[in-house]
Design a protein around this ligand. Sequence first.
Ligand code: URA
Length: 473
Amino acid sequence: MIRVTLPRFARFEAWRTAARDLASARVLPGAVTWADPDSPPDLFGADAPPPPGSHQVTATQDFLQLARQVASHSDPERWSLLYAALMRAQTDRRFLSNPADPMLDRLSRMAKSVRRDIHKMHAFVRFHELPSDSPRRRFAAWFEPEHPILEAGTPFFAKRFADMDWLIATPEGIARFTGGAIDYAPPQPRPDLPDDHSHDLWQTYFANIFNPARIKTQAMRSEMPLKYWKNLPETRLIPDMLADAPRRVQAMREAGASTAPAFAPRVTARIRQPLPDSAPTTLTDAASQAARCTRCDLCHAATQTVWGEGPPDAPLMIVGEAPGDHEDLQGRPFIGPAGQLLRTTMIQTGLDPDRTWLTNAVKHFRFTPRGKRRLHQSPDGSHIQHCRWLLDLERRLVAPRLTLALGATAALALTGNRQPLTPRRGRIEPALDGGPVLITWHPSLILRLPPDRASAALAQFRADLTQAANQIA
Ligand code: URA
């Protein structure tokens, strides 16, 4: 039996070196024990260097990334598991791309649990300010993670709080960040940390964002599991806030709606343009009114209204959901990836994009900002309702012989029917204004499906577009 003792810190790198040497000598997983510095000496004695190896050892980047995460798991078997996986991968690499493989499944679940713990560490470390006689402020925190994640979890704080000196103590060890460099030290007894003014501020903030009318204790517990509560100053407030919630909700009800401040009408007047006295009679007038539409809040974040386009006497109208990122920036419908798929399929099935009116049920892009990206969000029922006047206008002025509804939002806006799409796809339903509506998939759905399901959906989409071409021929 070969015993390998891993150091307290930089343990993954040490495991990696030892595992490579052992695998190169084709030492079987059952012939190695992996020990921590605190492990008692075992029956098999002290560490011995592995026998010299001559085999080449390979590991993919994906495996190394997985192994690095698993290395921060608290399971004492993690090192032998990882070594067994490394050895297996030398002869059977395919198991690493088979999610149903029990070994890969176990490792993936361990990695997931570590990632979750790191995420919680980033959210739940609470620093206490300490006196400082240097220009840099000093902070300390105590945190009890589920797994030994000190080294994996603390570089985040070095980036986020680069301009202060801090220390995070855990039962596993201490991370110290001084003068811009991070180092690690063995554990010490839990320090007594002073309560400071930032905790009062934090508690005030927490109490103010607590909405007594929207209590979801399940969601709260899954976001902020109980095991972390004892080190979070704000959680002391939770029992009282929960107990007081019914009284506060009752008081809110009795107080009724508050009156708008005096300046509200001026702000509203500035934001909301007056509605036209009479409905536009040409598509050009309709487009210019659409460009000024402020009937719902989507207009504030979107770049511009994306009005429909095509010839005014188009026999076919195609209605999508709402403009996406590309459409919003360029002000034209269906020019992004879903639009490319639509236009290509139209040509393949004999539909001429230049003889079609292309538009959307909702004319403004809806998104949530994520860093620099804008993540698409589907419009909801109220957006569809607010935008209906534009769709109605467009339909009255273009008066197509057939309308093709792409996806559930368009189908709902056109027919008022919110039933699931699967049984309705490929069928014709009456529009709210009377014309025929052929229902089909939205091309962006096809783009999101896994390849095996996408090809079936694409075949159906083609068949529906062919049906539309035959109807208007
Ligand atoms: N998806 C839609 O529904 N409409 C567009 O214009 C682009 C993507």
